[in-house]
Ligand binder design. Structure first.
Ligand code: PDD
Length: 292
């Protein structure tokens, strides 16, 4: 156990935190040339690991990375990380880097990918944020366009998100929403964004440049099931401010209602549709069909 209480593995071997070291020539360290996925447990089982694996493959393909570990290995390692940690519910991150190679952007000589596992207790966000809505901000930092490293890739390149979160923290907020260069809403630093106006749920379309959140996907399914009108749409920060209800979603946050965007109070917090959607999502979380 480290001073943070994390359970760590390198290339499948569990190591103590002081021994958890990778080479300075690992391209993950040098260039952020890595991908990752975060799976959580529900009732001690992996939740939606199949969807996380599919996204991991998508990330790898977009970076021309042929994964050296197969799905069975990755699934088992997520399970082993949870078992090794020994707690109730876990946050389980697997990072795959390009590996060690010469000091060059060229990765042809990086032969062996580095696989790192980090497990910790599942985040506990303040109850107040669920009961009364959290505070978020609209960041000045823009989400990088799809034509650069596509934000659909869950990569080790999170510097824009790091800077945006710093803006949030400076204003006492939990999350920061980033626009793209056109000024359209994309997503927050580690969560997706939804708005509700006149009974219609909207979330930014993937073409705006964002991560296709696993939770986002479940929420789209939930809306369909509950017959709540739902659109993948294009909207601006001003439209978000004018919403009746706003919520953010992610593996650790589930559905978190938004009470304030900066100093602007959202009309209904939490609104009745947000509550309905959150409850239906909780049922999906505990559905054994979604466990691996
Ligand atoms: N982050 N957008 C970004 C940029 C993210 O990093 C994440 C997840 C999400 C939500 O996706 P999902 O519903 O699949 O968790 C959206 C994880 C939790 C993290 O980095 O810890």
């Amino acid at each position: 156990m480290s001073e943070y209480g994390y359970t760590i593995s390198i290339d499948g071997k569990f190591v103590s935190e002081p021994d958890a070291k990778v080479s300075v020539l690992d391209h993950g360290f040098l260039f952020g040339d890595s991908i990752y996925e975060v799976v959580r447990t529900v009732d001690g089982k992996l939740f939606a690991a199949d969807r996380h694996l599919a996204r991991l493959h998508g990330s790898a393909e977009k970076l021309n990375m042929q994964l050296q570990r197969d799905d069975q290995w990755l699934l088992q390692h997520w399970r082993d990380m949870h078992a090794k940690r020994g707690g109730v519910e876990s946050y389980l991150r697997i990072i795959i880097t390009r590996g060690v190679g010469p000091l060059s952007l060229d990765f042809t000589d990086c032969e062996k990918q580095t696989v790192i596992g980090i497990a910790k207790p599942l985040n506990k966000w303040p109850d107040h944020d669920y009961a009364h809505g959290c505070k978020i901000v609209l960041a000045q930092v823009r989400r990088n366009p799809k034509q650069s490293t596509d934000p659909a890739v869950k990569s080790g390149n999170y510097l824009n998100n790091v800077l945006a979160l710093q803006e949030a923290r400076a204003q006492g907020a939990t999350e920061a929403v980033m626009m793209n260069v056109q000024g359209h809403v994309t997503e927050a630093t580690t969560s997706n964004v939804f708005m509700i106006k006149d009974g219609v749920v909207k979330t930014p379309a993937l073409k705006e440049g964002l991560l296709e959140g696993v939770t986002r996907g479940f929420i789209l399914q939930v809306c369909q099931k509950l017959e709540i009108p739902c659109e993948e749409a294009v909207f601006t920060g001003d439209e978000l401010l004018g919403a009746d209800e706003v919520f953010i979603t992610g593996t650790t946050r589930d559905v978190m209602p938004v009470g304030f965007i900066g100093d602007h109070k959202i009309k209904l917090t939490p609104g009745s549709l947000t509550i309905k959607i959150a409850n239906a999502y909780h049922e999906m979380l505990h559905d054994p069909n979604n466990h691996q």
